[in-house]
Design a protein around this ligand. Structure first.
Ligand code: PLP
Length: 308
């Protein structure tokens, strides 16, 4: 998990498996990690000091050590990591439960830099192992590496976007067959006939050419249905695709259904499949010039989640 707050949600939902928190270690997290049995990521002596100060249990504190091999975001630099990991291994209150790194461009076709990161990580691990330092679980692979570089697997992989059934980019292989698992479903709440020349929504960015029926759906940009999708996205109703029309508003969007037999209450698939049609996070990402990651994690909390 990125943050302890998210891990608490999982614990509250009854998840008992080990949870690793990626967030750099701050004081307020120490007690949360203890209370909820979360494993902290550490990469600085100050993280160890905080944990020592706050730990009031007799058990050893499990930590994973993050090594920066080239992402330059979080972790101890690979050329300083040997000393740090040795230092942690000598702390009797601590158990090194894992050592990991993160790749900057494993989803690119060109794997040169990923292989350099891997080399840096492997050399470090070999040096530590030669001194019999216990390192716990070694991990590095994100989705791109999981698809294309089995040599990065070590003891486990940390895949994110592939869990949603999406490839991380258009450049990886499809060595594992995926299909999207998240849908955004809503219903038709209003329907009206609109005459030629009339315009739809704020800014009047859609003009009706021929008389048509316009329906509205109670989802808007406050839910993560981004305003940039205006006049460009589609949704599926009864297995047929319809165009979104008029500016996406905060709480509502409109679709042009022509003279189709769509009724109030009918299911609207904003994202997902219905019969032979599909709307994917890639469709939205292309319109919005972004990646599926930003779509899947941009769906607001206001939309209730249903897990099947
Ligand atoms: C530390 C770390 N590990 C794993 C992942 C998962 O990456 P992906 O979604 O590309 O599989 C992320 C995502 O950003 C990450 O920050």
């Amino acid at each position: 998990m990125a943050f302890p707050k998210e891990a608490i949600e999982l614990r509250d939902a009854g998840i008992k498996d080990p949870i690793l928190v990626f967030d750099p270690f701050e004081k307020e997290n120490a007690l949360i990690c203890q209370k909820y049995s979360l494993i902290a990521t550490v990469f600085d002596k100050k993280h160890i000091d905080i944990l020592k100060e706050k730990n009031n249990s007799a058990n050893k504190t499990k930590v994973h050590i993050k090594v920066d091999t080239g992402m330059n975001r979080l972790g101890i630099d690979y050329d300083k990591a040997y000393e740090f990991i040795k230092y942690v291994s000598n702390q009797k209150e601590f158990l090194i439960d894992g050592v990991y790194t993160h790749f900057a461009e494993a989803d690119s076709k060109d794997k040169t830099f990923t292989l350099l990161q891997l080399k840096r990580f492997k050399e470090l691990i070999a040096k530590l192992k030669s001194e019999k330092i216990k390192l716990g679980l070694l991990h590095a692979a994100n989705s791109g590496a999981m698809l294309d570089l089995p040599e990065t697997y070590f003891d486990m992989v940390r895949c994110g976007i592939t869990l949603y059934g999406y490839y991380p980019s258009l450049e990886t292989s499809e060595s594992i067959k995926l299909k999207p698992v998240m849908s955004i479903l809503s219903n038709v709440t209003t329907a009206k006939k609109v005459k030629p020349g009339e315009t739809i929504s704020y800014g009047r960015r859609f003009k009706v050419k021929n008389e048509t029926k316009i329906i509205s759906v109670p989802v808007g940009y406050a839910d993560g249905y981004r305003r940039g999708l205006t006049n460009k996205a589609q949704a599926i109703i009864k297995g047929k695709l319809f165009n979104q029309v008029g500016t996406v508003t905060m709480d509502r969007i409109m679709f042009d259904i022509g003279n189709s037999n769509v009724k109030i209450g009918d299911k609207v698939v904003l994202l997902g499949n219905d019969k032979k049609q599909s709307v994917t996070a890639w469709d939205w990402a292309k319109i919005l010039d972004t990646i599926p990651y930003e779509i899947t994690c941009g769906i607001a909390k206001r939309l209730p989640r249903v897990y099947e």
